[in-house]
Design a protein around this ligand. Structure first.
Ligand code: GLU
Length: 446
């Protein structure tokens, strides 16, 4: 982050409520949340809902819910549809200062202009013919029933260079771009100008977003300057790719609902996305704190990081293996001793519940008739032993002495009889949790 970072940092996450969040949006939200948390600032949610035909309250709510599930509840919220009067007021100001102008071409006319330019081998940049219209011309066009759309006038005299927090020195060439349409003829707003007005009014200090916005940033820098306001700092992260390559459909749809269904912890999502594409390792952290502490946009590289669901699942398991009971007690039915016994063998919390069921029974393990004598002997021995952490060791040592068994033939029939599974948590920890009565009954079932 730049020098602003010691003063109050204000970041924002600005999704359009036209769909659920996907992993790419979640990463953008995370970068903004990490920056705000690291510098004790504010993380704001801005709902970009100027497209009233596609924006819905259900999607807005799903965005809030997803952020809350991720543990990234915003410190405030605004929505663009509440601010339309403000945008109109600022457009008037820009028009009065010559930074914005009305244009009357129909989409068909614009399309034709573009085709002509392309046919001549020229870039399809808008020719600004609207700028040469006189007041009389405009009155005539309006009398014909045309309503103008509005364009922002790009200028080589306005700033167009910035020090990107991820990409370093960056710029656009204002002459190579068409003056962007900021308001349509039907009065609706395009994204570009409202975003700048909001960033000013919300006191946003840092705009962190995907690199698909780099050109927008150059244009928006000009808008900040035209409005006489210093621009925030900008950082553009390379976009994620999927395991099957860049245009992965899966990546565009995978989100919190999938994570939840797969038993992925919010912390695992954050731990992976915070480090993906950075020079820091992906680590099985047990809280947000190390992610916040180590956060620095300077660690982000320029390559497109690959998001891999298998990597997320394996990170999730590693995080669970180390998670203290206090962090799961509200979400599991296990006691602390049960949690500590099983956490090293699970990939999801649901699997911890499976082990709880196995501890309590009733389990119906596969019968092992050929082991009936051995298991009966184990049951009789167990009846004489005090139950505690050493019981398993004592039981198996005594059985080894009496039967001459060792290794798998010593342990596996016992494990199968007691848990119904060939592998799992350390039996020394599991046996006291199963308890003597249940254990003896399971051993005698043969
Ligand atoms: N609504 C825009 C988007 O989702 C916001 C971009 C921005 O961060 O300014 O792409």
């Amino acid at each position: 982050m730049n020098a602003l970072s010691t003063s109050a940092v204000v970041t924002r996450f600005a999704p359009s409520p036209t769909g659920r969040l996907h992993v790419g949006n979640i990463r953008t939200a995370l970068l903004n949340w990490l920056a705000a948390r690291k510098f004790g600032g504010q993380f704001l949610l801005r709902l970009d809902d100027t497209d009233i035909t596609r924006s819905t309250e259900e999607f807005a709510q799903s965005i809030r819910d997803d952020l809350s599930w991720l543990g990234m509840t915003p410190d405030g919220e605004t929505r663009q549809s509440d601010r339309l009067d403000r945008y109109a007021e600022v457009l008037e100001q820009l028009a009065a200062a010559g930074h914005a102008y009305p244009a009357y071409e129909t989409p068909e006319e614009l399309d034709l202009k573009r085709k002509v330019l392309l046919a001549r081998g020229k870039p399809p940049v808008y020719d600004r013919s609207a700028l040469s219209l006189s007041a009389t011309d405009r009155a005539r066009l309006e009398a014909e029933g045309r309503t103008p759309h509005w364009r922002f006038r790009l200028s080589p005299d306005l700033p167009h260079r910035w020090e990107d927090l991820v990409r370093g020195p960056s710029h656009i060439d204002p002459a190579s771009l068409s003056d962007p349409v900021i308001r349509r003829a039907d009065g609706s707003w395009l994204y570009m100008l409202p975003s700048v007005i909001d960033d000013i009014d919300m006191g946003v200090t840092h705009v962190l977003r995907g690199e698909d916005h780099v050109t927008n940033t150059g244009i928006q820098l000009q808008m900040f300057a035209a409005l006489g306001h210093p621009a925030p700092a900008f950082g553009h992260a390379p976009l994620l790719t999927g395991t099957e390559g860049k245009l992965s459909k899966r990546l565009g749809s995978i989100g919190v609902a999938d994570f939840r269904d797969a038993g992925i912890e919010p912390l695992a999502v954050k731990a992976l996305l915070a480090r993906l594409g950075t020079s820091l390792p992906v680590e099985p952290v047990t809280s947000d704190a190390p992610l916040i502490e180590a956060f620095d946009l300077a660690h982000l590289g320029r390559a497109h990081p690959r998001f891999d669901e298998a990597e997320l699942a394996s990170l999730n398991a590693k995080i669970l293996h180390a998670l203290p009971y206090a962090d799961v007690r509200d979400r599991v039915s296990l006691s602390e001793a049960e949690w500590l016994a099983v956490r090293g063998n699970i990939r999801t919390l649901a699997e911890a519940e499976e082990w709880k069921r196995i501890i309590l029974g009733p389990e119906a393990p596969d019968p092992q008739p050929e082991e009936a004598n051995y298991l009966g002997e184990a049951a009789s021995l167990l009846e004489t032993l005090e139950m505690g952490p050493e019981t398993w060791g004592k039981l198996t040592t005594a059985l080894a002495e009496r039967t001459g068994r060792q290794g798998k033939s010593l342990f596996l029939p016992l494990r199968l009889a007691l848990t119904g599974r060939a592998s799992g948590p350390d039996m020394a920890a599991l046996l006291p949790l199963i308890g003597r009565d249940r254990a003896v009954a399971r051993l005698r079932r043969h």
